[in-house]
Design a protein around this ligand. Sequence first.
Ligand code: PEP
Ligand code: MG
Length: 878
Amino acid sequence: MKFVYLFKEGNASMRNLLGGKGANLAEMTNLGLPIPQGFTVTTDACNDYYKNNKTLSDEVINQVFDALHNLEEIQGKKFGDNSDPLLVSVRSGAPASMPGMMDTILNLGLNDIAVEAFANKTNNPRFAYDSYRRFIQMYSDVVMEVPKSYFEKIIDEVKSIKGVKYDTELTVDDLKELVVRFKNIYKENMNGEEFPQNPNEQLMGAIKAVFRSWDNPRAIVYRRMNEIPSSLGTAVNVQAMVFGNMGNTSGTGVAFTRNPSNGEKGVFGEYLINAQGEDVVAGVRTPQPITKLKEDLPECYEEFVRLATLLENHYKDMQDMEFTIQEGKLYFLQTRNGKRTAPAAIKIACDLVDEGMITKEEALLRIDAKSLDQLLHPTFDKEALNEAKQIGKALPASPGAAAGYVVFNAERAKELGKGGKGDRVVLVRLETTPEDIEGMVASQGILTVRGGMTSHAAVVARGMGTCCVSGCGEIIIDEDKKEFTLGGITYHEGDYISLDGTTGTIYDGDVKTKDATLEGDFGRIMSWADEVRTLGVRANADNPRDTKKALELGAEGIGLCRTEHMFFDEDRIPKIREMILADTKEAREKALDELIPFQKSDFKAMFKVLKGLPLTVRYLDPPLHEFLPKTEDEMIKLANDMNVNLETLKNKCSELHEFNPMMGHRGCRLAITYPEIAVMQTKALIEAAIEIYKEDGVMVEPEIMIPLVGEVKELDFVKKIVVDTAEEIKKNEGVNIKYTIGTMIEIPRACVVADEIAKKAEFFSFGTNDLTQLTYGFSRDDASKFLNSYYDNNILESDPFARIDEVGVGSLVRMAVEKGKSVRPNIKLGICGEHGGDPTSVDFCHRAGLTYVSCSPYRIPIARLSAAQAAIKAKGNK
Ligand code: PEP
Ligand code: MG
């Protein structure tokens, strides 16, 4: 097996094997660009290292030495030579770019003798000893894990003794002293072992350290955040050193071919004269804008611009390049497609199409669908954020930025926030309950102590496009006292905090936010996406406001209207409670009758916004306990309203207590025990449709969806109630409203018997929240408590509630699709779990042959673009 490739042996298509950096260095070598030569140890070698219990096999070692000898010949220098030693850098380079996540070692090959030779050869002893001390420091830190701070402390000590401020002011003798002291630190921390003088040993140590850094905590977190599989492994690039710190005709910098924050065309970047790469990053000296290079070294600048343009034309994308100038000679150290903000990504993609460089389809593939979030929500002002004090971090449940003062319950939020006094408030709760909905609407943001990404707060907040950070277990909250403590600070009502729902970060104080602006190019990208996608895109919405937003963002209808959300308003919840707590059918019907006008007017309002677009109405689904009163005050009020004794009411509530409410009395089971609920909902819906027809002349065709069906007879039972009720109303009113009846597929059994169910269901909608919960047996509300250990131990790579588990849950979906189609070939197939707005899951839905995805309004653009990307990729694979 070939584990090591010289740069001249590779090319850009070998990314998985050589890593992004290695593949691009090879490509640039082929293009004839000035590249310090070297070789790449492959990702296969990395996986081999882990397979062999973190050791390098002889095969890998031998191939490294062969490549090294080749490099020595190319460079005309020898590793460890006593007069003109070859020095190399050793850098990581994974297939997916992970900037700064893994380790780098520079100046490798120096030792006590080589440093002298290097000093003589370069005629610059200061430079030679500075390189050596940096190498000892990096090697100790990266390879041997001796903390950097030990070395920094000594540098500070020497500087203060010498009375100087900058490293650059240290003399040769100072640097020589540093070298001696650094080597001593190494020895002390390595049980008396000397700093390795053998360059071969140094090289092997460094390669192993880079492989090891693939599994360091920050790399693991980064991979998880960016959905990079840990099985990929990293490659290692060993490259001849060039030096940007050899005087005033040397320098180093980083530049882009277009501005990565706004996408504007033109070389953009920074550089430092007489410096090594790390100085730019470390911020010891302030870098100059790249245009300054035009004055300092005009020829280098021109050459740089020429080659940067060549690279952009070659890769047909914005490039992010690192370069070094050694004594007037320009070298490229790396190029890659540059990371960019969402606005920049949109502009660059459109510009590249206009410049004739790429097709519209290529443009669509260039944009990270998830990043479109950034375009739709308010963001923090960059400068304000730099000054802000972070007090905690939890789950980024719903994106956006929010700043406001703390309130502890929904009533206060309503009173003080949007729609009330108009202040900016942040609702802080142990967990949210359905009754908090109005308080949530009134708030800028929501922070909860408990709950995962599909908890009530998260789902509702995403639906509304309100920023939410959930599951912050570090908070110590006392809701009665109205205070909480986080990051050592105790907050009371009225104290300001700020939330970043995109990262899950919580800040102290009132951090300035700014509203998102949709650029014109955004619309162009969306219309291109609509041209190519075959999946429909609908929204999950249950009120006119969200429906309107969803349509603005391009939804083609509503795929899930959770009717229970219509009952959480203050004037409705008592009726639902009465219904639940009623002892007789009559009492239940009385309470339900009072709900009909509310429910009907809600449906009508949605029909009006939808103007004939489809509406899927899901019948009452949640465990009843979600509606029950929790506080003493609520109990007393309800007992009064119902005219019953408080104790009786309390007993009734505790009778309704369930050990496993999510697997309890919910979904279609509610309509089976209380058919009058389905009667009431059907009345409200069909009457609404008839009234809309009579008032507006619009004939709507509601889709009625029965939740949590696992056995076809359940569906049959509820369906009969719906049909009987609807037909009677139609007959009485003389209007022939058409409607369809389908089911959610969210119980594993439903997937297994989907052919039976399809005989009765006119459509399926996959409820992948419950389907994931029941397939894994993970509670959707509590799984976040243990999932971190799953990620840490490589048991799972991502949250199965956010990104569909294609192997398990996905197989069930495919089974249901196949079985459903076998009975009803044209069956409409949707998905309305949270996965409907996740790009990878949307891609799966396309491949699985679904008709549409449905997601929260603010994720509609993401779903549209993801659906387009899925269609383009599928075409490519054919
Ligand atoms: C689901 O289970 O995926 C679903 C959409 O329904 P809910 O989240 O309301 O249970
Ligand atoms: Mg469900």
